[in-house]
Structures are given as structure tokens and as C-alpha cells.
Ligand binder design. Sequence first.
Ligand code: CTP
Ligand code: MG
Length: 187
Amino acid sequence: MSLLWSVVEAIWFFLPAMLPNTSAAIFGGGPALDFGTMWKGRRVLGDGKTWKGLAVGIASGVLLGYLEGVVALPAGAPLTRVYPLSLSILPAILALSAGSMLGDIAGAFVKRRRGLERGASVPILDQYDFAAGALLLVYLASPAVAVRFLFGGEALAGLAVVLLVIYPLHRLINYIGYRKGLKSVPW
Ligand code: CTP
Ligand code: MG
């Protein structure tokens, strides 16, 4: 298999982790995950992490994984190897979606502990919290699948490209969200 193809597979595999945060920003709102609870004089997570955002975010990632399986089906596209339309891949898709939301929540937790208000910018943490959560959870939930598409052999080149692409993509999407009034800050 070519290196380029490994990169395509890794990106295709990681997409269900890329969508949830954007869905949460568009459809989130309502009661906060921490219900306003304070810890040591600060919010545990803050109003930027909501139940609706979490639910819609995870659901959107899982749906995307499923649709990827559907889209790749015609002509027996080799990409169906990444997301076959079978329940066997569900733990991996769920782990990527939920992991990306949990990583973002963990990032907010760290920011609040450092005394930073909602929306404060922390370079690297803001761009990579979701990816770290997704990578960790998918490895724990489906190690063989995670190694096959991200963590082993030629797939490592794919992982490197995914990590490289995330930074500018995250900046761009958040800038668009800011311009469209979905976010109060452009990061
Ligand atoms: N969001 C949500 N629920 C989540 C995650 C995100 O409702 N679980 C929504 C919130 O409206 C949030 C927006 O998505 O403001 C953008 O997310 P993010 O940039 O991560 O949040 P910030 O507002 O920057 O807050 P924080 O400093 O806590 O990361
Ligand atoms: Mg964040």
C-alpha cells in the first residue's frame, strides 16, 4: 500500500473526531455541563460546555462515520475498509466522537483551573485538546483498529498529516464561526 493511500485512510478515519466541536458550536447552548457548579472560586467547566453541545456533537460524529461507510460503498471503494457498514466499527467511531468532546471538556477544565474565563485563548491546548481526547479514547476502545489506521507502520504518516492539518484547519473554522457570530472569539 502506498504512503499516500495511508494518509487518505487516516484522514478519512479521523473525520468523526473533526466534526463534533463544530456541531457543538452551531447547535450547543442551554444548561451547562457543570450546571453552574463552582470549585475553588471558579466554574468547574464554564458556560461554553453544554449538555446539548455534547449530545449533538457526539451524535454528529457517529452519523458522519456511518455516512462515510455509505459514501464509500459504491463500486466497492477501498475506503469501506475504513468504515465498513457493520457494527464492528461502532466502538471506534463512538470513541472518536466522544473522545473529541471529552478532550475539549478536559481543555476547558484545565483553562478554568488556571483562572482563565470562557473563550480565553490558550494556543496548542485550544487546537489539540479534542484531538488528544479522540486519539486516546479510540486507542483504548479499539486498539487494533487505531493501530491499523493511525498508530502503526505507514499509518503513522497519516497521523502526522492529520496532526499537521488540524492546527490551520481549527484556526480557520473558528475564524469562520466568529465571523458568522457563532463564537464570540476568533480562536
Ligand atoms: N459548545 C457547547 N457544548 C460543548 C462544547 C462546545 O455548547 N460541549 C459550544 C459553546 O457555545 C462554546 C462553543 O461551542 O462557546 C465553542 O466551543 P469552544 O471554543 O471550545 O468554547 P469556548 O467558548 O472557547 O470556551 P472554553 O474557554 O471553555 O473552551
Ligand atoms: Mg475548546
